[in-house]
Design a protein around this ligand. Structure first.
Ligand code: HXC
Ligand code: NAP
Length: 281
C-alpha cells in the first residue's frame, strides 16, 4: 500500500513502543525507512523491540523512562535528539488501564491511570513541542486515544476521563500550534488484542468474547490495520489533517450508539411477525 521509503528521514518517538500496538507501529514505521526511538518503564521489552528493529536494518534506540516524571522525559528526549540529530514525530501511545467498579477505586488507582494517560501524554507533548518551537522545526504528534474518549464508558472511568482530556489536548493544540507547523492527530482504536489490554480489560473468556461481539464486523482489529492508519496520519500525505481523530473499530462505537442497532438480534421469523403486525390505514 505504501511506497518504499515513505518515512525515510523521519525520526519518530513512540511512548510505550516496546509492547503491543506501540511495538507494531514501530516495526511498520521502520519498515518504511523511519528512525525509531521508544521508551517505557521496563527495560526488557524495549531492548527486545530495539533488537528486532536493528535486525531488520533500522536505526533504533530506547530509553527507560516513566512518562509521569518530566525530568525522565527530558533526559530520554535529549538522548534521542543526540542520537538522531532531529526528531520529527511523537506518538503518545503509552497508557495504563484496568476494569473496575468505579466506587471501588482508591484515589491511588485513579491517579495511576490519570497520571500516565493524561499527565504523561501532556508532559511528553510539552517537552517535544517546546523543542520544535524553539528550533523552528515542524512536527507531528499522534495521540492514541479510544472511542470512549467521546462516548464515555463505565468500568474504565479514569481511562475515559483521561483519554477525553487527551482528545481535548489534540484539538486545542491543533489550533494553538498550527502556526508553528506542528500537527496534532489522534487514532481511536476499538478492541485490538494485546497482552497489556487483554490481561487488564478482558481477564475472563466471557469478557473477551463480548469485546469482539460488540463489533459489527465481528472481530477485533489487526495490528497491521492500526499501523497502516498511523503511517498515513504521520506521513506527509496527511499534511493538511490537523486536530482530527479517526476511529478504527469495525463500527463498534456507532453500533453502541444507534438506538435500534440491538434489533440485529432478531431472526428472520421475528421480522416476519413484525411485518404481519404492520397496521395499514
Ligand atoms: C483496581 C487497581 C487495579 C485493578 C491497580 N489498582 N490495578 N485497582 N483494579 N485492576 C490500584 C492499586 O491497588 C493501587 O492502589 C493503584 O491502582 C496503583 O497500582 P500500582 O500497581 O502500584 O500502579 P502502577 O505500577 O503505577 O501501574 C499502573 C497500572 C498498571 C495502570 C495500575 O495496570 C499498568 O502498569 N498498566 C500499563 C499497561 C496497560 O494498562 N495497558 C493497557 C492499555 S489498554 P492502592 O490504593 O492499592 O495503592 C487501553 C485501551 C482500552 O488503555 C480499550 C480497550 C478496548
Ligand atoms: P500495552 O502493550 O500495555 O501498551 C502500553 C505501553 O505503555 C506499555 O509498553 C507500557 O510499558 C507503557 N507504559 C505504561 N505506563 C507507562 C509510563 N508511566 N511511562 C512510560 N511508559 C508506560 O497496551 P496496548 O493495547 O498496546 O495499548 C497501546 C495504546 O493503545 C494505549 O494508548 C491504549 O490506551 C490504546 N488502546 C488500545 C486498545 C486495545 O484494544 N488494545 C484499544 C483502545 C486504545 P511499561 O509497562 O514497560 O512502562
Amino acid at each position: 500500500m505504501f511506497e518504499q521509503g515513505l518515512l525515510e528521514g523521519k525520526n519518530i518517538i513512540i511512548t510505550g513502543g516496546g509492547t503491543g500496538l506501540g511495538r507494531s507501529m514501530a516495526l511498520k514505521f521502520a519498515s518504511l525507512g523511519a528512525g525509531i526511538a521508544i521508551l517505557g518503564r521496563r527495560k526488557e521489552p524495549l531492548e527486545g523491540t530495539v533488537q528486532e528493529l536493528k535486525d531488520s536494518g533500522a536505526d533504533a534506540v530506547f530509553s527507560v523512562c516513566d512518562i509521569r516524571k518530566p525530568d525522565e522525559i527530558e533526559a530520554a528526549f535529549n538522548s534521542f535528539q543526540e542520537h538522531f540529530g532531529s526528531l520529527d514525530t511523537l506518538v503518545n501511545n503509552a497508557a495504563g488501564n484496568f476494569i473496575s467498579q468505579t466506587e471501588k477505586l482508591s484515589t491511588n488507582a485513579v491517579d495511576a491511570v490519570l497520571n500516565i494517560v493524561l499527565h504523561g501524554t501532556f508532559y511528553c507533548t510539552l517537552d517535544m513541542g517546546r523543542r520544535w518551537i524553539a528550533s523552528g522545526r515542524k512536527g507531528t504528534i499522534l495521540n492514541i486515544v479510544t472511542t470512549y474518549a467521546w462516548t464515555g464508558s463505565g468500568y474504565v472511568v479514569p481511562s475515559a476521563a483521561a483519554k477525553a482530556g487527551v482528545l481535548a489536548l489534540t484539538r486545542s493544540l491543533a489550533a494553538e500550534w498550527g502556526k508553528y507547523g506542528i500537527r496534532q492527530v489522534a487514532i481511536a482504536p476499538g478492541p485490538f488484542e494485546t497482552r497489556g489490554a487483554w490481561d487488564r480489560l478482558a481477564p475472563t473468556e466471557d469478557i473477551a468474547k463480548v469485546m469482539a461481539a460488540n463489533v459489527p464486523l465481528g472481530r477485533t482489529g489487526t495490528h497491521e490495520e492500526l499501523a497502516n492508519l498511523a503511517t498515513y496520519l504521520i506521513s506527509d500525505y496527511a499534511g493538511y489533517i490537523n486536530g482530527e481523530v479517526v476511529a478504527i473499530d469495525g463500527g463498534e462505537w456507532v453500533n453502541g450508539a444507534g438506538q435500534f442497532n440491538r434489533l440485529s438480534m432478531l431472526s428472520d421469523s421475528d421480522w416476519e411477525k413484525i411485518r404481519s403486525l404492520r397496521k395499514r390505514k
